[in-house]
Design a protein around this ligand. Structure first.
Ligand SMILES: [Fe+2]
Length: 135
């Protein structure tokens, strides 16, 4: 099932929301490549794109947090680092073992599911703080 940016995931910060949409698109493209049984190289490309986009998104988001003196920055940064580590592990697994059911399951839970939870628990809170501290 494809990931969608449902109403409960909208932070109302247009930069963050549009980047989250791109991330969901990238996760869906990765899952699609896996489910179509595409080769390691093709799947690898979609995973590399996701990885690069995650780096960009987290760095943009963290810049915003620092700019507004968000008190939850340190913890939020740690969550982002954990996610980046999971993606790096997936890249290694893919290059070593290719795409298999375990990898697809991990993409669903550790990548897609994680992002949905992170938006609900962390990003909504952070975007609200930024909104309240904007002049
Ligand atoms: Fe975040």
């Amino acid at each position: 099932m494809a990931y969608t940016l449902t109403k409960d995931l909208i932070t109302s910060n247009s930069m963050i929301d549009s980047q989250h949409q791109q991330l969901f698109d990238a996760i869906n493209a990765l899952l699609d490549a896996c489910s179509k049984g595409q080769g390691r190289a093709e799947i690898g490309k979609t995973l590399d794109f996701l990885s690069k986009y995650v780096d960009k998104h987290f760095s943009d988001e963290e810049k915003l947090q620092k700019q507004y003196g968000y008190p939850g920055y340190e913890q939020h940064h740690k969550y982002h680092e954990e996610y980046k580590k999971i993606i790096r592990e997936l890249q290694q697994e893919l290059s070593q073992n290719g795409a298999n059911i375990a990898l697809v399951a991990k993409v669903n839970t550790a990548i897609g599911g994680w992002l949905v939870n992170h938006i609900k628990r962390e990003d909504l809170k952070m975007a609200q703080f930024i909104r309240e501290n904007q002049n």
